[in-house]
Design a protein around this ligand. Structure first.
Ligand code: SAH
Ligand code: SF4
Ligand code: F3S
Length: 441
């Protein structure tokens, strides 16, 4: 038995691909190890959303390249979004890499490994824009042990926001067939998962590309909800203007679908949003968020924001701060703008914001985020909520079980026993910025 270790960077899409790659490799005589030093095959599944993520991948393979000097039989694979984008260039940068595998062809991994083990160097990075459902069903998926299973429903993106590399690394948007998704959901539930998260860059456009049927996210949610058993359903990420009333209504009506929307706003300023090629302005986003809050009791809305987009003025940045505050967003991911190869905004060099200003804005954004999170958490103190337990851990010297509420709030509960995977009623007694504190009722 040979040992494989995969280091996963980036988003849940990559995590999901890694689970599939481990699955494929297990059919070909490889076992997973969590000790990279002991592996015969090392792979990194890379992310290129920001320069920092890309650089992290290069420094990791640099280290692995050194190991290979004293262990020449070691094989190294460079996969994921940076691979898709850089292809053969990776060999120039790191000649010790044995194969480069992009995001479009992960199901060619078994063939690649065979060739690599025969001494060949392989680069498999052409864009296919195919959904590989037929291939996917052939292999197991070695899911990370957890209560939540991530199940991709769409791949790629057609939105071409001017800052974003995803359409170049993941290709055009394509929906996976409902049958494949439902099979993966049932398999995950049968093996003990308690929560299903349907995953896509833009889940609300699920099904837009089906020519033979009218079948959208709301239909898929109904079918998943109808599967027997106690489990929760989530879906991420939503694009503001693609969220239909039918989808919101479905989330209200279906008992297993959680009251949680992740809707990246990116900027609170309409001019910046236009330059970003987002198809909404500040007012439109407010309308959508208001509607969701009105229709879905106890809903939480989380978002993503970018600080220091090219040309962003101090005043425009302030509009982002006020949007975060006025919308009472429950949590936001934040980042400083990073120019990405091939994207439109990367050409606006004369409008780039200097690093100091960018990171100073990011710090203010993070401060506002902390305030919003705390305010949002305080609303739940005194309430009794359903919590799905995910972990049993030592937290600051005390044993706690941790889990999440339906609206995705993290809860810590003191407990001497592990109750991972259970749905419990919890009285919220206190909160911190990033989590709620509760006791079992
Ligand atoms: N599909 C999702 C987001 C995918 S990328 C959406 O439409 O919102 C995840 C997040 O990374 C984005 O929401 C954005 O906030 C951030 N991001 C993308 N490109 C970036 C860049 N060039 N610099 C900084 N942050 C970026
Ligand atoms: Fe990137 Fe925009 Fe697509 Fe999201 S919607 S993945 S930010 S291009
Ligand atoms: Fe990164 Fe690729 Fe995801 S660029 S954020 S790993 S789709």
């Amino acid at each position: 038995m040979k040992k494989v270790y995969i280091e996963t960077m980036g988003c849940q899409m990559n995590k999901s691909d890694t689970e599939r790659m481990y699955g494929m490799l297990s059919n070909f005589g490889y076992v997973e190890t969590d000790e990279p030093k002991q592996a015969d095959l090392l792979m990194v599944n890379t992310c290129s959303i920001r320069q920092l993520s890309e650089d992290k991948a290069y420094s990791l393979i640099g280290l692995w390249g050194k190991w290979k000097k004293s262990k020449p039989e070691l094989k190294i694979g460079f996969c994921g979004c940076v691979a898709q984008q850089k292809a053969k260039e990776i060999f120039k940068r790191a000649n010790y890499v044995d194969f480069v595998l992009g995001t479009h062809k992960i199901y060619s991994l078994p063939t690649i490994i065979e060739k690599v083990n025969n001494g060949e160097k392989i680069c498999e990075c052409e864009e296919t824009n195919a959904t590989e459902d037929a291939e996917a069903v052939k292999y197991n998926i070695n899911r990370v042990k957890s209560v939540n299973a991530w199940i991709p429903i769409t791949e790629g993106c057609n939105n071409f926001c001017t800052y974003c590399i995803v359409p170049y690394t993941r290709g055009r948007e394509r929906s996976r067939q409902p049958e494949t998704i439902l099979k993966e959901v049932k398999d995950a539930l049968n093996s003990g998962f308690k929560e299903i998260t349907l995953l896509g860059q833009n889940v609300d456009s699920y099904g837009k590309d089906f020519k033979d049927k009218n079948y959208r996210l709301a239909d898929l949610l109904r079918e998943v909800n109808a599967i027997e058993g106690e489990f929760w359903i989530r879906f991420v990420t939503s694009y503001p203007t693609d969220i239909t009333d039918e989808l919101i209504q479905t989330a209200v009506e279906l008992d297993k679908v959680c009251e949680y929307f992740h809707i990246p706003m990116q900027s609170g300023d309409s001019t910046v949003l236009k330059a970003m090629n987002r198809r909404y302005d500040r007012e439109k986003y407010f309308e959508i968020a208001d509607k969701i809050r009105r229709m879905v009791p106890d809903v939480t809305i989380t978002s993503d924001f970018i600080a220091g987009f090219p040309g962003e003025t101090e005043e425009q940045f302030q509009n982002t701060l006020t949007a975060m505050e006025e919308l009472c967003l429950d949590y936001s991911n934040t980042a400083a703008y990073s120019p990405r190869e091939k994207t439109v905004a990367a050409r606006w060099v004369d409008k780039f914001i200097d690093e100091d200003t960018k990171f100073e804005r990011l710090a203010r954004l993070n401060e506002q985020n902390r305030k919003c999170c705390l305010a949002s958490n305080k609303k739940f103190v005194g309430r009794t909520l359903d919590v799905l337990i995910e972990n049993f851990e030592d937290h600051k010297g005390k044993k706690v079980i941790t889990g999440r509420t339906r609206n995705n709030k993290i809860v810590h509960i003191p407990s001497e026993t592990d109750m991972t995977g259970e749905f419990l009623k919890v009285k919220i007694t206190d909160c911190k910025t990033w989590y709620l504190i509760g006791e079992l009722v």
